[in-house]
Structure formats: C-alpha cells, structure tokens
Design a protein around this ligand. Structure first.
Ligand code: ADP
Ligand code: MG
Length: 698
C-alpha cells in the first residue's frame, strides 16, 4: 500500500523534482531566483519550461495554465494545451520559457476598478517562481501575478509579494543593528486555520438563498443548535470522515500540509489547519484548499459552505491567520530568546507589531471587510470589529516593568534592563487562553482571528507585513543614527509601550463593556461594517505608508477601494433580490395556502356543529393573515430600497444606502417570514428548515 510519504507532493513540481530533472547549472540559477529574488535568464526559463512540461506530460497533463488571483477573491485560470502541429500532420507537446514566464489571458472582465483603460484591456500574468507549479486534473498550473500593461497590480499576489519584500528589507536592517550579518532574508509565515460547514447537496439544492448567496436569508432557530456544546471536538461522523480522508489525500498530493481536523462549535461545522509555510505559498495553498474542499464535498453528495455566516443564530466561520516572521537561518523573530541580547531583539520586534496594530487598526479591519464577515464580527462568536491585542499577563507585566522602570514581578524578581537581564521564560500555555481577542500573541506567533472563512488571506497579510515593515523602518532609521545603541533601544521600546499600550487588552473581547471602554476611553476605532471602514483605505496616512514601501500605488489603492465597495453592494443586492423572489414566489403562496386550508377546516367543523368555537383555527388564520400582509408590505419596502439605489451618487453613497436601508429592510422582512415558518405546518413550508439542514449529514 502507498503511504502518505510516497504520494505527498506527487503533483507538485517541487525542489525534489527540480533537482532530479534540471541540470545543476539551471537548478542553481533557479534556486537563486526563488531564494534571493534574482531575475531569471530566458535560457534558464526555457530549460525549466521543458522540464516542467516533460514532467507534467508524464503525469498525464495535456494543458497548462497561468493560475492567478484576481480581485474577485477566487482564483482564475485559462487553459492552453501543449500541442503544437508537426509538418507530418501529427502533434508534439511544446512549452517554452516565454510561455512559462508570461501569459496574456483575455482578462478584460476581471474587476479593475478603472485601472485598465480599454486600450490596455489585456493584462498579463507573470510567473511567481517562489510558489511551485502543480498539476490539477490534466492541467499544469503555474502560479502567477496578474498586472495591467501600465504595471498596475490587478491581483492579490503582487502586493503580497511586495509586502513580503518590504518587511524583509526593514527587518534585515534591524537585524544588522543587533549584529546579525549572516541572515540573507526575513520571511513572514502563516498557518491559516480554515472553518467550514458541510451540508447535504439535497438540502442545498432546495434553498435558492444558499445557491445564490452561499448563506440562508430566512430560517427560524432550530429546537437544538449549538447550546449543548456537544459538537466541538466531537466524534466525526462517518460521512464527514470519508470527506476529510479524501480531502487530505488531495491536499497532500498537492504538497499542502493538511495537519489538524476537527468538528467546530456549530452543528455541521468543521475546521482544517495546515502546517504553516511562507505567506505567499500559504496564500496559494489556502486558495487551493478552499477550491478542493468544495470539489471533494461534491463527490460525497455534500456541499461545503465557506460563507462567514451561513446560518443566523449559529456560529459563523472564520479563518485564524497564525503569523510570524523568521530569518532564512530559521530564527523566529517573535520567539523570546535565551540570552539578554536575543530578548531585547524579541522585544523590539514585539513592539514593532504592537505599534503596527495600533497605528494601522483601520487597515487590519479593512483587510477582512466583506458583506459576509460583517455579520460575524462582534456577534459574540468572533472578535469584535474593534481591533485590540492580547499579549498575556506575563508578557504584559514585562511591558509594564519596562514602561515604568520597575522590577518585573514574575516568578522571581527581575529588573528589566534591556540587554542585561534575561527575560523570564513565558509559560506557553497561559499565552493561548484568550480566544476572544482579535489579535493574540500565542508564544511565538500572532493569531489574527478576524478573517472571514471565504477571505483570501492575502489581504490581511499584505496589511500586516506592511504595517510591521513601517514600524521596523522607523526603528531602523532611529537606531542606525544613534550614538548609544542600547540606550536608544531601551528608550524606543519604552516609548512604544507608552504610546501604544491602549491597543493591548487581555480581557474578554466579547464583552459589551469592552467596546465602550475601547471606543470611549481608549479611542480605538470601531468600524462596524464594510461601508464604514473601506473609504479609510484612502486616508492620507494609509496611502503614504503603503506607497512609501511600494506595496500599492495610489491608483491601485483607489481601484481596490472601489472594487471592495462594489463587491459589498453587489453581494447585498443579490441577497435582497433573492429574498424578494423567495418571499413572493415561495413563502407567501405557502403561508396563504396553509392559512386558507386551516380556514376551510374550521368552516367544515362549523358546518358539522355550529357551536364549535374553532379558536385555534381562527387565531392561527388571523395571525398568519397579519403575517402575510406584513411580508407582502416588507417585500415591497425592500424593493423600493433597491430601486432607490439608482439615485446613489457614486459607490460610497451606494454602500451607505445598502448599509442603512437595504440591510435593515432585509432584517424586517426576515423577522416576519421566520415567525410565519414557526406557525406553518412543515409539509407546507417550501424549503428545508435549519434543523433539516444542520443535522442533515449523518
Ligand atoms: P491552535 O492552538 O490555535 O490550534 P497551533 O499551535 O496548533 O494552535 O497552530 C495553529 C496554526 O498555527 C497551525 O497552522 C500551525 O502550523 C501554525 N503555526 C505554528 N507555529 C507557527 C509559526 N511560527 N508561524 C506561523 N504559523 C505557525
Ligand atoms: Mg487557533
């Protein structure tokens, strides 16, 4: 029998295959491109392309594609076959270095937010050699960046690579100051924990809201939800286990290190976590994971829901972005060290993150903003929309001691003089207790917990890398010019703690009192919706920071703001239209029919015996009749709100109308429909209930 190590990565053109199929010269020069970002010579590209093609063809591939991540948030591909005509009428399989390096998808219908004028409608894709090519089905997929001919990024990978470069540059400057001359690169790594729901295809097919919107727009609470906490880490049902087994196999073949799987809090909810890898590869892998989850589910007669809030009243799904930075020599810069000097370095990097999160709370909030995630943030299941940081009591006490020049009250009394004293050892366990913090230090990494389950992790990591690069730049500028390094270092750490301690909060992030304190006492930002936060992408401080590190151009930022707001408006509009259709063509007819049948029953009872009161029937018919009137009028109100959107002047104004009018009309309509569901006989209700769906997989 084949074991996992036999087939792990078998569909990936990874280092093992490169070593085996490329000449030493070509391999070394490709490695330099991968590890150090050196530009690739066309003769090397030709050799790599030929080897890639031979390898792919030997595995049954017939096509290749440049695989990229446009701003739609999903991945895109356009397949070309390898075939090329031969004079004798036969074909040969060909793939050139040029085709490997650059592609020209006809991509004029991808969102560009005005970046791609008509004359340059053909953006191009460019090979990203830092992420391995892989085979999916019969196609060789080449991870690529996607740009306009004007050089503007039209995708999520390009700014992510730029943000990694910015972080690398500034972190190396800081490391040099600590005497590290050997590290060549500093790379950010991520392990994203992915949550999802699995329901049966049979249930899914009967719900237009799930099919068109990925979430339910109606549904009264089931008699049993997650209140018993009996699903979390519970035994995995056989059908789910079969799904997970096949999913793991598929992911492993693609070199994705799927590691942990378990049931989540809500019924039908599960989680998958891979072993962490570089941010760029982790992003590609997470996109692939989401795609493969959906494909494998289908094979099992299931549907994998990646929406942030598929069911009201039950936990939604998020993605925990575990993030750290490390040198190419394997030193994790967010890990407390063994020597006083390493500790000072650790504290400086820690401070860089604290400063970054406080200075760029808005960018972090923006990076996770979608219509779907707005339903989740702050709903007592996910962190609130207010960003704060958890560092744990022990590290918190260390920071206090530094700020106040007082002894650290740890297990032993230790004076916290940087560069002299050894930091106390932190107990890892105590650092990971707080599950309510949006941004938690967990011993040697930070866990950013605000991401929605369907978000590409690129956005969050671009902002995180960028903001931390900016802190490090400010530190490096200051320290490079300091006459006394240690004093300057100590003062700077102290100043960071003083200036930014408002962002540190170790208490319960789900508590309403915290939101009050955060916003009223500490002055932290609370952007509750996408419409609230997105325009701040273009605030001067954000534009200045992101352009100074060459992560985005001004035009790219403008286009992204527009695209994200458009996406928000379109998503909610589709949901509203779906609600209108379901209310009019399914719910109203069903409730009216049920009410009329009950009325008829009452009539026939009265015909038998006119003294019968028929209180039950009369009361029910009356209530249902009020409800059908309410549903009809609320549907009309929602339609009016949708029509009014045409008056919006620009996308910001439209997004505000969506937030204030459309979403609230949707809520009102839903309340009436959900009550009708609780009063209508099950056999009349036109689609499966929450109870049917959530407990459908056995
Ligand atoms: P949890 O208690 O949240 O399950 P784990 O330690 O199991 O935490 O890690 C969760 C995720 O964090 C995994 O994907 C893991 O690979 C990743 N992770 C662990 N160490 C690091 C690190 N240094 N940098 C980035 N991610 C990491
Ligand atoms: Mg976690």
């Amino acid at each position: 029998m084949k074991t996992v190590s036999d087939y792990f990565g078998e569909n990936v053109f990874d280092d093992r295959v490169m070593k085996a199929t490329l000449s030493a010269k070509v391999y070394n020069s490709l490695k330099q491109t991968i590890d150090e970002g050196k530009t690739l010579d066309i003769s090397v590209a030709n050799a790599v392309a030929a080897a890639m093609k031979d390898w792919a063809v030997s595995k049954g591939a017939t096509h290749f594609t440049h695989w990229f991540q446009p701003l739609t948030g999903i991945t895109a591909e356009k397949h070309d076959s390898f075939i090329s005509p031969s004079p004798d009428g036969s074909v040969i399989m060909e793939f050139s270095g040029k085709e490997l390096i650059k592609g020209e998808p006809d991509a004029s219908s991808f969102p560009s937010g005005g970046l791609r004028a008509t004359f340059e409608a053909r953006g191009y894709t460019a090979w990203d050699p830092t992420s391995y090519a892989f085979i999916k089905g019969k196609t060789l997929c080449i991870p690529t960046a996607f740009c306009s001919y004007g050089g503007h990024a039209l995708d999520k990978k390009t700014p992510l690579l730029r943000s990694m470069e910015a972080l690398n540059k500034q972190a190396l400057r800081v490391l040099k100051l600590f005497g590290n001359d050997t590290a060549k690169r500093v790379v950010s790594s991520v392990g994203p924990e992915q949550e999802y729901f699995l329901i049966t295809k049979e249930m899914y097919d009967q719900r237009p809201d799930l099919r068109f919107c990925g979430r339910t727009l109606f549904g009264s609470k089931p008699p049993k939800g997650q209140e018993m906490d009996d699903h979390y880490f519970g035994a995995i049902k056989p059908r789910v286990a079969a799904f997970m087994e096949e999913l793991n196999d598929e992911l492993w073949k693609l070199g994705i290190m799927a590691k942990t799987e378990h049931n989540e809090v809500a019924p039908a909810q599960h989680e998958l976590a891979p072993i962490y890898t570089t941010t760029n590869v982790a992003t590609d892998h997470n996109q692939l994971t989401m795609e493969i989850m959906q494909k494998v589910a289908q094979k099992h007669g299931l549907v994998c829901l990646l929406h942030e809030k598929p069911f009201a009243g039950v936990n939604g799904s998020g993605k925990h972005n575990n993030w750290s930075i490390a040198t190419d020599e394997g030193q994790n810069l967010l890990s407390p060290g063994e020597t006083p000097y390493e500790n000072a370095q650790f504290l400086l990097f820690l401070c860089a993150v604290i400063k970054a999160v406080d200075d760029y709370q808005d960018l972090l909030r923006i990076s996770v903003a979608t219509a779907g995630n707005d339903h989740r943030l702050g709903a007592n299941e996910a962190p609130p929309a207010v960003i704060s940081m958890f560092v744990g009591d022990e590290l918190g006490a260390v920071l206090d001691a530094i700020e106040n020049d007082t002894p650290y009250q740890g297990t032993e009394k230790t004076q916290m003089k940087l560069g002299v004293d050894v930091l106390p050892k932190f107990n890892r366990d105590t650092t990971d207790r707080n599950r309510t913090s949006p941004f938690a230090f967990t011993g040697n990494k930070f866990e950013f917990r605000m991401l929605g389950s369907s978000n590409s992790i690129a956005c969050a990591n671009i902002m995180l890398n960028a903001a931390v690069a900016e802190s490090l730049k400010i530190y490096a500028d200051r320290l490079e010019g300091a006459s006394d390094f240690e004093t300057a270092l100590h003062d700077m750490i102290k100043k960071t703690i003083k200036d930014h301690k408002r962002i540190i909060f170790n208490g319960n992030g789900y508590d309403d009192a915290w939101i009050k304190e955060a916003t009223e006492v500490r002055g932290l930002l609370n952007y509750r919706t996408t419409a609230d936060c997105m325009p701040h992408l273009l605030d001067r401080k954000n534009v200045t920071m992101l352009t100074s590190h060459k992560i985005f151009s001004v035009e790219e930022l403008q286009s992204r703001c527009e695209i994200m707001l458009e996406n928000y408006c379109k998503t909610v509009t589709i949901e509203a239209n779906t609600m209108v259709t379901m209310a009019k063509t399914q719910i109203l007819p069903a409730v009216a029919k049920f009410a009329s049948d009950i009325a008829k029953e009452a009539q026939s009872k009265k015909a038998l015996d006119s003294s019968l009161s028929c209180e039950y029937e009369t009361g029910l018919v009356k209530r249902l009749s009020v409800l059908t009137d309410t549903i009809a009028s609320k549907t009309a109100d929602l339609q009016k709100a949708l029509i009014k959107l045409q008056d919006a002047e620009g996308i910001i104004s439209e997004s505000v109308m969506i937030r204030d009018d459309v979403l609230s009309e949707m809520c009102g309509l839903r309340v009436a429909c959900d009550e009708a569901e609780t009063l209508t006989a099950k056999s009349y209700w036109p689609f499966p209930s929450y109870a049917d769906i959530l407990f459908s997989v056995r």
